[in-house]
Every structure is written in C-alpha cells, then in structure tokens.
Design a protein around this ligand. Structure first.
Ligand code: SF4
Ligand code: SF4
Ligand code: SF4
Length: 734
C-alpha cells in the first residue's frame, strides 16, 4: 500500500464506516440525529436535545405529537427490550428544553416564491424557502392556517407555535385567497409550490418539479414526517431551479434510508422501556439511557493505540496523508504514525478489514525515504538490532562435529536477549531429538528495521541472513518466534517450520508442575492458525489448564512490543500492555519473548512456553533491561561457542560500573546503555577531558555517540566507577 496514492487512500478510507448514520437516523425521513439527541438527554441536557431535534425538523411542535416513528423499525434496541421511543423523547425535548436564541441570518434575497396551501407540506416549504433567503408569500383558501394539521390530534398551541416559526421567518400570509391555478397568482413569482394536495401529472416524486415551468407540487404523504421531508425537498428544488443548478446532483442522500454502519449489539443486555407517551424529565432521561449509542469503533475497543487518540481510522488516514503531504510546517502527526504496533489486529476486528497498520508502515517508509523521520523515534531500536547482528552476538555454525545440516535453529534476537539459558537448552533438545544435523544461527530477523521504515537496511539484513542460510546448505529453518517466522518467509525460499510443530511431532518433554495459564497469542501469529493450535495442543499435552481472554487467537492485541512503540511512545506502549493484562490475575502464557518481557515489566506473572518446557517455573523472572539484553546476547554467543563448539573465546574486560537502582531505572527510561556510559568514561579518561569537583572527586564528562550526546557524572570506586547521574540529548557540543 502507498499512503500517498490517492486511489488507494480513498479505497481504504471507504472501508471505515464509522461516519455512517445510525440505522434509526437513516430510517428517519428527516434524519433526526437520534443518537446525539439521546446522549444529550441521557445527561439531562434538554436544551441540546431540543437544538438537535429542531435542527432538522421544520415543524417540531406538531411532529413531536404526531410522528409515527418509522425509525423504530430500524432502531437496534428493537430486539433488546424494544426500540427507543423517539417521539416521546422529542416531545420531552420540546417541553423541557429551552429554544436556543435563533440568529436570523439576513441573506441576500434569492428571489420571490409563492406557496399555495398552508398544510404541513406548504408550511414547511414556506419556512425552508424563507430560510434560504426567498421572499415567500403563502396563499390559503381558508381563514385559518394549518390545513390537515387543524384536524389532527394536536393541541392548538403546538400548531400555533409552528405557525409562529413561519411568522418569525418573515413568511407573508394571504388568508381567504383561493388560487385555482398558479397562473392566477396576483404577482409574478420566480417559482411556485402547489401545496393544496393536488399533484400536477408528471411531477417528479423526488424533486417535486412539475412539467409546468417553475411550478412544484406535492402531497398525499402517509405521515407527517414524510410530508415535512417532502416540503424540505420542494424548497431545495425551488432554490436549485432559481439558481439554475442541477436538480439532482449531490442529492442522493436525501432519499436514502439505509446505512452501512456496523454496530456490535452483543455487548448489550435487553432492557425494556417504561416510558409513557408524554414523559416527565426522569422518565425521558431513563429512556434516553437505553440508547446504545450506535457506533462501530470495533477497532478502538480492541486496540489501545486507536483508543488513545480518541478518533477512528478514517480520520487518522486523512491526517497521516496530510502530514506526509506538507513540505514545510509542523508534522503534527509524526507521533501518531510512530505509535502504531503494526500488528494488524484492526484488520481482523474491523467488519470491513481495514488494516491501519499497513497504511502506517507505508507512512514510516515514506518518512525515512524523504528524511522526515525524526531520529529520536527508532534509532535506539535499530541500533539494538545492529548489535544483535554484529560480530559480538551474531554467529552461525553447523551442529558441532558435523559439516552439513538438515535443520537450522533460529531462535531470534529477543529469546537470547532475555533467556539465553532457554535458548541453549532448546538447542540441546533439538540436537538430541532430530537426525541429520541441526545448525544454529543467532541474530535478528530484521523486523526492527522494517518496523522503523528502514527499507534498505531491512533488505540488507534479509540478504545477509539468506547468505548465511545458503552457506549452511539451505537447511529447513526452525523458528521460535512467530514474527521471525513471518519475516523470514519474506526472503527465504526454503522450508520454515516453527518449533511448536517439532515439539508436537517428537513429543513434548514432561514438566514438573502444570500451571493454570491465561493464553496470550503473539500478534506475530495472526493468520498463523496452525501455530496457535500447535501451542494449545502442547499445553494440553503438558496438562496445563488454559483460559482464553476476551480478545484471543487472531483477535489478540499487541503487547506493546510490536512496531517499536516502546521506543517511540512509551505511554501508548504501556496502554497496549495494560490492555493485554487487565483484569487477569493468572500467569500469562506467551510464545513471543517480546510479549513475555513487556508483561513482566508491567508487573504481571508470565512465562514463555519454551521456558516452561525447558526451565520449569519461571513466571516470576524479571525481564532484563536493555543493557543486560545486549550482554546476554554476547554472553550466549561466547558460551555456546566455547561449550558446544569448543572454540576458544577471548576474555572481555570491561570497565566496572556501579549505580543504585533508581539510576538504573532512569538509564532504562532514557534509553542509555551501560556501554554508552562506559564509552563516555573511557574517552574522558583517555583524553583527560572532564570537569572535576576537587572536594568530592565528582567528575563530569560528555561524549557524542551517533546523534546523541551523553553526559555522565561519576566518581572512582574500588576498581571501577560509580555512576551518579547520566542523561543524554541531541544537541551537539561545539
Ligand atoms: S472497526 Fe474501526 S476502522 Fe473498521 S469501520 Fe469500525 S471504526 Fe472504522
Ligand atoms: S420519531 Fe420521527 S422524527 Fe423522530 S427520529 Fe423517529 S422518525 Fe425521525
Ligand atoms: S496497533 Fe495494531 S491494531 Fe492498532 S492500529 Fe496499529 S496495526 Fe492496527
């Protein structure tokens, strides 16, 4: 997908139907915003409710007594205790709500119009034409205004109040004037609305334009609401006729009675109405509270990122497009673009399959290409990937004492960073269980670069991995991380299998104590039904009781690790994590180390399936920080090479650092690695460039590494250094 391709963008925008009207509103000939009205009344705001109602209803006093509620047939409350009694609520809005002071706009006069007949159709047309700037003369044969409304079951005051609206609009009345034929009108008019009930043969039922030039006619509608709607259409047509614009263009919605808005009603319990036809305020508020506030927002219910920005994908798409299109000025949506986990959950939960992540990935790619990606967003994460694929961590070998491999175990960069012992034990089990040689490759699949929008680096990483795999003779790859699995599938044209299927085929080693667990599927395993089923089958074999959360299987949300959100927007990342672990007190079972560590950092008990199998109870193990993760990878390489491949490893001597826990947390939060601190101290000592407070021995040094300048406050201690303070910024020190 290319977000800047307008056709693709429009196609995607069209998938989001959140702006479609609720079914009852669509079914109302006057399109009364029933949802907004109910929400206002629910809060006791009768003034707003009245304003909502009168916005579209020309004769609100009369209709609030007489509407037959065609909206009820469509109302989604219908099967959940009965449709909302809208007419009663509208009546309450008119009774208890104050009219907003009307601002009579003095419009430029549009022309002169005559209306013959003062029934609801004629009255409506007269008022609406007046609002559009016409001088309107209304001719009535009777000595009273109102036509059929005079015979309706309606208090006199209601009709009088609606007639007053016409008076307020400046409609000129001519009572006791019978006009048999528009031609008999005393003055010349630009257009005439015949509202006596007689329909001129050949009149278009929608535009109400008759074959007689400048004459419009209507009548005979079976309800007041349809009559008012027709009166409005007639006024609209007259306006177009006088302005000489198309009679029909852009008017499709005026007659539409349907909607494509999706509303999930299963969240609601049945609740019957207890409101009479003329409610008091409390009864009206109770009835309005039955409204289910028809909206889609399925994606926002499921994704904390979408919910965070309090809008919906159709608007986000437009915002992202605008953000990318401006050459200068503030790119205010950069944070939005960099806060999506790119996990595709939205595609599954959206009734129309809109994948906002796809658009956002395209936006990130574009930003990198055009140099608009702020380096603060993903630099740290991409550097971490580089470390995983550097000579310090990356390696691949055939199984010890073999020179060819049928399989290759690729655990990914997060498993080794968090649980190096588990990686080693898993590899040992694989080599003991599988025949034909199991090679080992330790590195990152490249997804970090992909998520960061660094397409070139992603391709380079894929190619390097491919070359290494080819050098091993193209063995079947065994993955332990669903994201690696998917990522490798994009570049490797050989067989790739996940470890869960191997465990199932070969028999899962028994565990000491089966645990009750709540499942958390990896978002990387979306669309990988086989993988998710294999994981569940393993847990069954292990004797674990597994519970499924409300969003599970391919509807599972991202833990906050995906899309590198934890680096670009810690707040949204935390909300994504919290969403996954909310209301659950049981140990979370994951099969992605990213998820496991996010949950652990948030204080939840959690275990990775490989840990559970090969290491037993590890649910309370704390997730390591960024520095330790890199150390673990390097340590894993050195240990495996020395223990399994018997290759001599050079001892690594590092500056010894100490700091208290609070500072440790700050370093983590500020994305400052121990290695960066070491570089600052070593450099300052070698160049003898630091500030020293003689009394305390506190030294202050700084160093620019890449785009970042680090400041470190330290003192000497035993054989190393105690770090007192550290921070970083992106300003260059000259
Ligand atoms: S799920 Fe979200 S993206 Fe899909 S239609 Fe509903 S609001 Fe729009
Ligand atoms: S009661 Fe009548 S005017 Fe009100 S929403 Fe329903 S159809 Fe429309
Ligand atoms: S975080 Fe996932 S579900 Fe949410 S918008 Fe991004 S891709 Fe969609």
């Amino acid at each position: 997908m290319d977000i800047l391709n307008k056709d693709e963008l429009l196609q995607m925008e069209d998938l989001c139907i959140q702006e479609q009207p609720p079914a009852a509103m669509a079914a109302c000939p006057l399109r009364v915003e029933c949802r907004t009205l109910c929400m206002a009344m629910k809060d006791g705001d009768f003034d707003v409710a009245r304003a909502v109602y009168t916005k579209t209803v020309t004769l609100p006093h009369s209709l609030s007594y007489l509407c037959r509620m065609p909206c009820q047939e469509a109302c989604l409350r219908k099967d959940l205790g009965g449709a909302i009694e809208m007419r009663g609520l509208e009546w309450a809005a008119m009774q208890y709500g104050k009219a907003m002071p009307s601002r009579l706009l003095r419009r430029k006069k549009s022309g002169k119009a005559a209306v013959i007949g003062s029934g609801p159709f004629g009255l409506t047309a007269a008022i609406e034409l007046s609002k559009k700037g016409f001088s309107v003369s209304l001719f009535e044969a009777d000595n009273k205004l109102g036509g059929s409304l005079l015979r309706a079951d309606l208090p006199e005051e209601a009709l009088e109040a609606d007639i007053q609206l016409a008076v307020d609009q400046g409609v000129e009345f001519h009572l006791n004037e019978t006009i048999e034929n528009p031609k008999d009108l005393p003055d010349p008019f630009d257009a005439v609305v015949l509202a006596t009930g007689e329909i001129i043969p050949g009149t278009d039922p929608f535009t109400l334009q008759s074959p007689v030039d400048g004459v419009f006619s209507g009548g005979g509608y079976d309800s007041l609401v349809e009559t008012i709607a027709a009166g409005k259409r007639a006024a609209n047509s007259v306006d177009r006729y006088v302005k000489r614009v198309s009679m029909t263009a852009g008017r499709e919605k005026e007659m539409e009675r349907g909607t494509t808005l999706f509303v999930e009603t299963s969240y609601f319990d049945s609740l019957p109405s207890d409101m009479g036809p003329f409610p008091n305020q409390e009864e009206a508020i109770r009835e309005a509270s039955r409204c289910i506030d028809c909206q889609c927002m399925e994606c926002a219910k499921a994704c904390a990122f979408i919910a965070h920005y309090k809008r919906y994908p159709k608007l986000y798409l437009r915002e992202i497009y605008n953000n990318l299109s401006i050459a200068l000025g503030n790119h205010t949506s950069n944070t939005l673009i960099n806060s999506c986990a790119l996990c595709s959950q939205c595609e599954v939960v959206c009734p129309n399959g809109l994948d906002l992540g796809k658009a956002i990935q395209s936006a990130r790619n574009r930003m990198v290409k055009t140099g608009k990606m702020p380096p603060t967003a993903f630099e740290f994460a991409v550097d971490d990937m580089r470390q995983a694929n550097s000579e310090h961590s990356f390696f691949f070998r055939h199984e010890p004492e073999t020179s060819s491999s049928r399989y290759l175990f690729f655990p990914g960069c997060q498993l080794g960073a968090s649980a190096p012992d588990t990686v080693q034990k898993t590899y040992e089990w694989l080599t003991e269980t599988l025949d034909g040689g199991v090679a080992f490759m330790h590195g990152c699949c490249g997804v970090m670069a992909k998520w960061a929008g660094e397409e070139e680096l992603y391709e380079k990483t894929q190619n390097a991995l491919k070359e290494a795999w080819e050098a091993l003779g193209k063995p079947q790859i065994i993955t332990a991380c669903p994201t690696c699995h998917k990522t490798l599938l994009e570049s490797i044209d050989g067989e790739i299998k996940d470890i869960w299927h191997i465990l199932l085929e070969k028999g899962v080693p028994a565990i000491e104590k089966p645990l009750p667990l709540t499942m958390h599927d990896a978002c990387g395993a979306r669309y990988m039904d086989d993988t998710r089923e294999a994981v569940r089958a393993i847990l069954k074999n292990l004797g674990c009781e597994v519970h499924e959360p409300s969003y599970t299987q391919d509807r599972t949300p991202c833990c906050g690790y995906g899309g590198l959100v934890q680096f670009s927007n810690t707040e949204v990342a935390k909300e994504l994590t919290e969403f996954c672990i909310r209301d659950i007190d049981e140990t979370r079972l994951t099969y992605c180390m990213g998820c496991r560590d996010r949950f652990s950092k948030a204080g939840a008990r959690t275990v990775h399936l490989l840990e559970l199998i090969f290491e037993g109870e590890k649910e309370d193990r704390k997730a390591p920080g960024y520095s330790l993760r890199q150390d673990n990878r390097e340590w894993l390489k050195r240990r495996m090479l020395s223990e399994r491949w018997k290759e001599t490893q050079q001892e690594v001597i590092r500056l010894k650092l100490t700091y208290d826990d609070d500072l440790g947390e700050l370093l983590e939060e500020r994305l400052i690695l121990e290695e960066d601190v070491r570089k600052v101290i070593t450099d300052s000592l070698e160049s003898d460039c630091f500030i020293e407070e003689k009394k305390t021995g506190l030294r202050i040094a700084h160093k620019q590494i890449g785009n970042v300048t680090y400041w470190v406050y330290f003192t000497t201690e035993d054989e190393g250094y105690r770090v007192r303070r550290a921070y970083s910024h992106r300003m260059e020190i000259l």
